[in-house]
Ligand binder design. Structure first.
Ligand code: SAM
Length: 246
């Protein structure tokens, strides 16, 4: 299964994900009665947004982190009758019944190394004609942060291989998608203070690096990475996808 997340701290942070979520919801045309998969739903912020747009519909909220899903259940208490909460790995055949009318995803796909397996798995559950609308880190994402990490560690561990436009287009075609639109959008996120940046780095960006470190090494590592950034800015580049299941 994918790694665990500190879901409570995640929800307490000033997340650029809020804007990414709103933007991605705005790209998903819905009639209001569909069943939609929120792939890598995390703590359910956009699952709630989807429920608002689906007064007669349902959401399959799927994530690989138990703690993220616990937080989602708290957030959506009182609305869970229209939510199927699924703990699963997006690169494996998805363990829920039937098909969905659309797939939605924010800030999740770059955590998955095998996009060919991911898109095949999603296509296996999306009805023909259904729409996939997503965003995640794309080619060039957080280059300055990665350079700082490499400087601190003397070489960066392979946590991400951020996908580009052409490789994504090819993988979507191979997985059975058509009407494919893929683009990269530079979208730097600025934090109010060094403390806020460090907390954000530790919980969101560098979590996978920290998993493999001794407890005492973690805070100095985060501080060293933050100190190497010229400004309290994370230099995001987002990969935006829209495609239709053939
Ligand atoms: C940065 S969070 C984004 C969560 C939410 N979509 C948001 O915008 O706040 C990335 C999420 O992707 C999930 N994830 C990463 N790899 C996954 C996988 N292979 N299968 C299922 N979920 C995965 C993580 O558990 C995490 O909740």
């Amino acid at each position: 299964m994918p790694r665990e997340w500190d879901a409570k701290t995640y929800d307490s942070l000033p997340l650029p994900h809020l804007g990414w979520g709103r933007r991605t919801l705005g790209r998903l045309p819905l009639a209001g009665d569909e069943r939609v998969l929120d792939a890598g739903c995390g703590t359910g912020r956009d699952t709630a947004g989807l429920l608002d747009l689906l007064p007669r519909g349902r959401v399959v909220a799927l994530d690989g982190s138990v703690r993220m899903l616990e937080q989602l259940r708290e957030r959506l208490a009182g609305r869970l009758d229209r939510v199927e909460v699924v703990h699963a790995d997006l690169t494996r055949p998805l363990p829920f019944d039937g098909e969905v009318d659309a797939v939605f995803s924010v800030a999740a796909f770059h955590w998955i190394a095998d996009h060919a397996a991911l898109f095949t798995s999603l296509a296996g559950r999306l009805r023909p004609g259904g729409r996939l609308v997503s965003e995640c880190g794309g080619r060039g994402n957080i280059a300055a942060v990665n350079a700082a990490v490499a400087d601190v560690l003397g070489g960066a561990p392979d946590v991400w291989d951020f996908a580009g436009v052409e490789d994504t287009r090819r993988q979507l075609t191979d997985a059975g998608f058509t009407g494919i639109e893929v683009g990269l959008r530079p979208d730097p996120a600025r934090f109010e203070s060094g403390d806020q940046l460090e907390s954000y780095l530790a919980t969101v960006v560098l979590g996978a690096h920290l998993d493999g470190m001794a407890g005492d090494d973690r805070e100095p590592f985060v501080k060293a990475v933050a100190a190497r950034l010229a400004e309290p800015v994370v230099d995001y580049v987002r990969l935006e996808i829209a495609a239709t299941r053939a």
